[in-house]
Design a protein around this ligand. Sequence first.
Ligand code: FAD
Length: 448
Amino acid sequence: MAGSDFNVAIVGAGIGGLGLAIGLSHLNIPFTIYEAAPAFSAVGAGVGLGPNALRSMDLIDHRFRDMYMNIATGNLRPEKKHVMMEAMRMEEGLGEGESWWGNGGWGASYFERTGAHRKDLLDIMTSFIDRGNVRFNVRVKEMKQNGGTVLLEFDNGEVANHAVVVGCDGVKGFSRSVVLGERYPDCVEPKYADRYVYRTIVSMEDAKEIVGDLATDAKMYIAKGANFSTYPISEGRAVNVVAFKEDKTQWTAPDTTYEVSKEQMLADFEEFRIDSRLKRLLDRAQPVRWGVFHHPETPTYYNSQICLLGDVAHAGGPHQGGGAGQCLEDALILSRVLGKLFKSTPDDILTKPSPLRTELIEAAFEAYDEIRRPRAQKQVLTSEECGNIYILKGQGVGDDMSKVLENLNSRFEWIWLHDLEGDVRKVEERWDEIVGDSRFQSNLNGKI
Ligand SMILES: Cc1cc2nc3c(=O)[nH]c(=O)nc-3n(C[C@H](O)[C@H](O)[C@H](O)COP(=O)(O)OP(=O)(O)OC[C@H]3O[C@@H](n4cnc5c(N)ncnc54)[C@H](O)[C@@H]3O)c2cc1C
C-alpha cells in the first residue's frame, strides 16, 4: 500500500477533473486539483446525461448517482419519460399536421431522459471533494517530464512535482500540446466543427407563455442549416435553450466565443423562416456566439507520466448529448486503473522516482488508452454525423423526415447500453497483463 507522497495532479476542475477526483477519493488515492479559475464554476446552461453517464456515476461512487437523480429533471409529461428528444420543424408552424407530427421522438424503453442545470451538477460533484486538495487561481503553463517526475510550472511562478499528471483542461487545454505536440503536431489544435451556438435558460413560466406545452419536454427544432434544442431543467422550473447555426466560414476569433449584436443573432435564423415563437425564445439569449470545436483525431491519450481526460482528449460537438458522459467514463476507467497501480505497487517503488515507477505508470495509461480511446473517439465522429442529421444534411438521410427519425432511433444504443462493468474488468486485467510481462517481472522480483 502506497504512502502519501504519491499524489496525482489533476489539471482543471470541470466535469472531467471533478469526476476523476471523486473516483480517486473513493479509492483513497491522494490527489491535488489545480484550477486556473478563482473558484469552482459552471456556465449557466443545462446538461443532459444518458444511461452510460448514470452508470459511470454509480460505479465511481454510488452516492454520486443518487445525488444526481435528486436534482435531475426528465420530460415533464409521463408519456415522454423514455424520449430523448422529439423533432419539430424550425420554420413557421413547426411542422404541425405533417405525417410524423406527434410521433417524432427518439429514445428507447430502457432510456430515461435526465438533464440538470450545470450549477446543480457542479454543487453535487464538489461536495465530494476535500477543499484542502484544491488549488484555485493557478494556471499550469509548463509541464516537464524529467528524472521520473513531472514538474508543473504555474503562471504565478510556483512549481510542483507529481508522479502522475492528468490534464483535464478542456477543449483548448495546454496539456494536449505536451502529450501530442512532438509526435503529432497537426493534432494539437481543436478543429472548428462548422457550428456556433447561442444559449439561454428561460423560466418554465415564460417558456410556456411563449411555446405552450411544447416547453415541458425535450424538443429538437430542425431546419436545413440550423437546429434549436430545448429541454426542462431545475425540476421543471426552467428550460435550457441552445440554438445551433451551421457556419462554413473559418473561425477567426482568438477565443471560442465572441459577442455580436442582437440584430445579428436574430438575423442568423431569418433564412429558415423561423417560427415566431422560437424567435421569441431566441430573443432571450445573450448575443454571444459560442464556437463548437472538436478533436476528431487523437492518436494517443498519454505521453509517459502525463495523460489526457475529458474534452482535452476528445471534445466533440454536443449533438449526441454525450461529451460529459464520456468525461465520466474516462474518470471511472482511469481512477480504477490508477487504483490498481496504487494498491498493488509497494511503497518503496511507488513513492520514489525511478525508471521502473515510470514504466508502471505508463502501463496504467496504456491500459486506459486502449479501453477508452476507441470508444471516446467514435463518439466524436458520430456526434458530427448526428449534428448533420439535425440540420437535415445527414449522409443518406437528408431532409427526409422518416429517415431522420429512423436514424435517430437507431444511433444511440452503443453509447447508452455499453458494458462499463466490462470495461472496468478489462482495464484491470490489461494492467495485470502488462505488468505480468517479463520486462517488469525481472525488475520487480515478484513484488507485484
Ligand atoms: C453547447 C454545449 C452543450 C453541451 N451539452 C452536453 C450535454 O447535454 N450532455 C453532455 O454529456 N455533454 C454536453 N456537452 C459537452 C460537455 O459540456 C463537455 O464534454 C464537458 O463539460 C467537458 O468537461 P471537461 O472537464 O473535459 O472540460 P471543461 O469543462 O472545459 O473544464 C476544463 C477546466 O480546466 C481549467 N483549465 C484550463 N486550462 C487550465 C490550465 N492551464 N491550468 C489549470 N486549469 C486549467 C478550466 O478553467 C476549466 O475549469 C455540451 C457542450 C457544449 C459546448
